[in-house]
Design a protein around this ligand. Structure first.
Ligand code: PMP
Length: 414
C-alpha cells in the first residue's frame, strides 16, 4: 500500500548514486502499455524498461508461462543438464534467425554478458585478438563490453585500462547531413568504408583482427539506423579478410524495428548475433547465436555461468516467441506520428528518435512528458528523445503518447 511504499523510500539514499533515475517514487504494477506507481500515478510507458517489455507489461501468456515454470523447475543449471524451456527456445528461435547459417545458441543473463561471450567466441574461433567497433556504439557496462562502447564517456570514465586491442571505425551519421539511410548515401558510406580500409592498413592488420561489432540500429548512440549499403560493405570487408561480423541486436531485435531482426532489412548475414531485452519481455535472458562450425571451436566449459539460460526466463521467452507469431506483432510495429519543432525524426519500426536543436531541450521535453504521465527516455550525446513503446500498443495509446509529446514540446519551445 501507499504508506508502506512511502516508508520504503527512506532507504533510497542507501542505493548507490551510480544509478541514474528519471522518476521519483516506486513502480507498483505494470499492465500492457501502463505502469502504476505506489502513489497512484499511472504512466503511459514509452520506455518499455529500455526496450525490454515489448509485448507490454505482464503479458498474460508470458507471465503465465513463467508462473507455471516456477512450480516445475526454477533453476536447473545448463552445465548440469538441459531443461525443456532451454531447448524449446532453441526450437522456436531457429526459424526466426535472419539467416539459416545461424544455428548454434548459447544463453546468458544480460546483454553485456552476451557481448562478452561474443567477443570471446570471435577471438577463439579466429585465433586473432583485435576487435573493431563503431563510433557511437553501446554494448554494455562490463569490462569487455565497455571497451567496445563509444556512445558516452561516462560509461568508462575513471575505470581504464579497459580491454586492449579495440579499434574504432566511423559510423555513417547520415542524419547529421540531412540524408536518408537508403540509397541516397553512397558517398558517406564509401567514405566510412574507406576509413575502415585505412584502419586495417594502418592500425590493426587483418591477420590480427578477429571481428567487427556493429548495432544494425545504433541504440544508446542516438537511434541511427545503419544504411544497408554500409552493413553490406562491412560484410564484404569481413569476407575479404576472414574476420567475423558480430551484429548486436540487443536493442534492435525481436520485432522492435518491424522485422524480427533489424539486420534483415540489409539482407546481410552476421557470423555472430547478440540478443537480449525483448527476447524474454522482462525476465533476465540474453543469447549469442552463431554458426555451429565456429562455436564447435569453444572448448567445453569455456562458456557458461550459474544462472545462464535460467529455466523461468527461457519459459518466458518461449511464450514471447509464440505470442509474437500468434498476435502478429510485426504488423503493429509502425512509425509514431511526426511531432513538430524538431530537426529530425528517424528510426525503424517502433524504435524511433526525435532530435531537437538547442542545449538541454531533449531532457526538458522528457521531464515534461513525465509530468504529464508518460515515461520517455533520452539517448546519447545528441538532443534526442527516444520512443520505445510496447509493440502491441493500442492505436489510441500511441495517439495519446504523440499528443502528450506534442504538448510537452510546445510547452518547452514556446
Ligand atoms: N547492446 C546494446 C545494443 C544495448 O542497447 C544494450 C543495453 N542498452 C546492451 C548491449 C547491454 O545490455 P544489458 O544492459 O542487458 O547488459
Amino acid at each position: 500500500n501507499a504508506t508502506a511504499a512511502a516508508d520504503l523510500l527512506a532507504y533510497a539514499p542507501n542505493v548507490t548514486h551510480g544509478l541514474g533515475r528519471i522518476t521519483e517514487g516506486i513502480m507498483a504494477r505494470g499492465s500492457g502499455s501502463y505502469v502504476t506507481y505506489a502513489d497512484g500515478r499511472k504512466m503511459l510507458d514509452f520506455t518499455c524498461g529500455i526496450g525490454v517489455t515489448s509485448l507490454g507489461h505482464c503479458h498474460p501468456k508470458v507471465s503465465a508461462a513463467a508462473a507455471e515454470q516456477c512450480m516445475q523447475l526454477v533453476h536447473g543449471q545448463c552445465s548440469i543438464a538441459f531443461h525443456a524451456p532451454y531447448l524449446g527456445l532453441v526450437q522456436r528461435l531457429l526459424p526466426m534467425m535472419p539467416h539459416p547459417s545461424l544455428d548454434s545458441f548459447f544463453f546468458w543473463n544480460s546483454g553485456s554478458e552476451a557481448v562478452e561471450a561474443a567477443l570471446k567466441l570471435a577471438r577463439i574461433a579466429t585465433g586473432r585478438q583485435n576487435i573493431i567497433c563503431m563510433q557511437g556504439a553501446y554494448h554494455g557496462r562490463t569490462f569487455g563490453a565497455m571497451a567496445v562502447t563509444r556512445s558516452k564517456t561516462i560509461y568508462s570514465a575513471g575505470v581504464a585500462p579497459l580491454m586492449p586491442g579495440v579499434f574504432t571505425t566511423p559510423f555513417p551519421f547520415w542524419h547529421q547531413l540531412g540524408l536518408e539511410p537508403s540509397a541516397s548515401t553512397p558517398a558517406l558510406v564509401e567514405q566510412c568504408l574507406y576509413q575502415l580500409d585505412l584502419l586495417l592498413a594502418q592500425q590493426t592488420a587483418p591477420a590480427d583482427t578477429a571481428a567487427i561489432i556493429v548495432e544494425p540500429v545504433l541504440g544508446e548512440g542516438g537511434y541511427v539506423p545503419a544504411p544497408p549499403a554500409f552493413l553490406a560493405g562491412l560484410r564484404a570487408v569481413c569476407d575479404k579478410h576472414g574476420m567475423l561480423l558480430i551484429a548486436d541486436e540487443v536493442q534492435s531485435g525481436f520485432a522492435r524495428t518491424g522485422r524480427f531482426f533489424a539486420i534483415e532489412e540489409s539482407g546481410v548475414r552476421p557470423d555472430v548475433m547478440v540478443i537480449a531485452k525483448g527476447l524474454a519481455n522482462g525476465f533476465p535472458l540474453s543469447g549469442v547465436v552463431s554458426r555451429k562450425e565456429l562455436t564447435d571451436k569453444l572448448p567445453p566449459g569455456s562458456m557458461g555461468g550459474t544462472y545462464a539460460g535460467n529455466a523461468v526466463s527461457c519459459a518466458a521467452a518461449c511464450a514471447v516467441a509464440d505470442a509474437m507469431h500468434e498476435e502478429n506483432i510485426l504488423a503493429n510495429a509502425v512509425k509514431a506520428a511526426h511531432p513538430s519543432h524538431v530537426i529530425d525524426v528517424r528510426g525503424r519500426g517502433l524504435m524511433v528518435a526525435v532530435e531537437f536543436t538547442g542545449a538541454g531541450l531533449a531532457a526538458r521535453v522528457a521531464k515534461k512528458c513525465v509530468e504529464r504521465g508518460m515515461l520517455i527516455l533520452t539517448t546519447s550525446v545528441y538532443e534526442v528523445v527516444r520512443f520505445i513503446p510496447p509493440l502491441n500498443i493500442a492505436a489510441a495509446d500511441l495517439a495519446k503518447g504523440a499528443e502528450v509529446f506534442k504538448e510537452a514540446v510546445e510547452e518547452v519551445v514556446r
